[in-house]
Write a protein that binds this ligand. Sequence first.
Ligand SMILES: Cc1cc2nc3c(=O)[nH]c(=O)nc-3n(C[C@H](O)[C@H](O)[C@H](O)COP(=O)(O)OP(=O)(O)OC[C@H]3O[C@@H](n4cnc5c(N)ncnc54)[C@H](O)[C@@H]3O)c2cc1C
Length: 400
Amino acid sequence: MDFEIDEKMSTILTMVNEFVERELVPIEQEMLHGDPETLQALVVAAQAKVRQMGLWAPNHPVDLGGQGLTMVEHGLLSEALGRSPLGHTVFGAQAPDAGNIEILHKYATPEQRDRFLRPLVEGRIRSCFSMTEPETAGSNPVLLAATAVKDGDDYVINGQKWFTSSADGAAFAIVMAVTDPEAPPYQRASMIIVPTDTEGFNLVRNVSVMGHVGSGHASHAEVIYQSCRVPQANLLGPEGGGFVIAQDRLGPGRIHHCMRWLGIASRSFDMMCERANARVISTDGDTLADRQVIQHWVAELDAEIRGARLQTLHAAWMIDRFGAKAARDEISAIKFSVANTMLHAVDTAIQVHGALGVTDDTILSYWYRHERAARIYDGADEVHKTSLGRRILRRYAPAH
Ligand SMILES: Cc1cc2nc3c(=O)[nH]c(=O)nc-3n(C[C@H](O)[C@H](O)[C@H](O)COP(=O)(O)OP(=O)(O)OC[C@H]3O[C@@H](n4cnc5c(N)ncnc54)[C@H](O)[C@@H]3O)c2cc1C
């Protein structure tokens, strides 16, 4: 096992880390307190600098202008970008576009590449991914109710979706809908590209999450597809291939998320240690860092974060070496364990900051609100634990 990176990647990581610290951390206050237009202008200016540095969308394949990174390198990059909530967006590596780019790169026809993939990679448009429905359990997508029925040369899509993240302002959605209800469960659904200006694509509302409705990229929409008609040429991959494509999207995507969460965990940890050293809590000048309980929190969290990082890099290395299927156990394990490590880190850092921790004067409360969802999306904790536990126990079952 070897997580070593070459000199080029090492230089990229240094540049990214410095850029995040120097250019992005200072504008986070605009994100927390300013107006969305001012923030957008700052983001666009930072994106221009990233392009000038030749680091735009580094996670994408070489033929799309990226750096052709291995999964381990991709993970390390995501960790560096994750130290600021603005990191992935400013470097053109943000979800849900990153995942959509992956599946478009693998499955898109030449026409779909020209129309949807290239402008997406170049950052000229945004996209969204529309699978989850309010009325069916997202944890078991074979229950999907949205349909896409062939009519002439078109598909006509009907259904209600929500948590179509970033639909507000997106140019197109990749929608998962049932194309053949009679097929075996995992061959019933397909992915279809729907431009958001298509008649019948109705963005009903941005769903308020943790007290925040959001807008643009930072939003989660409810969308009703009402007799929404798109050409059959907008089918992505084979008909009935929806589940296979969804898996392609999720495997490497979980490395991306887990390492992003480790970026959050490590910045929270840094903030916690700095605060513990600075906060005087007695008349003789003792700081929080002098108290054993804080020392224990620091030690425990340090061990937890190191473990989570190694576990995630190992999963990434497994994918690089043997493919995502062979790394199923490792991917399931990191999905729930790293999400919880990250939330533990944010929560402990807030505790050490006291009242300051729950204010919006630091980034911690933003992460506390926005990252709670990590235990739910891309497979809830319980779903991953069940499937991992079941697979492990099967190996111990007596042979009959
Ligand atoms: C911030 C955020 C962003 C999202 N972005 C997108 C997006 O861009 N596109 C998209 O399509 N979807 C998106 N989602 C939706 C997400 O994929 C679903 O929320 C997720 O799949 C869970 O589905 P559900 O919410 O319907 O929960 P349910 O399936 O109703 O499950 C509810 C809870 O039940 C428990 N549970 C479920 N199944 C089992 C089981 N087998 N055993 C034990 N316990 C179980 C779990 O605790 C789970 O949290 C997003 C969600 C969030 C919160």
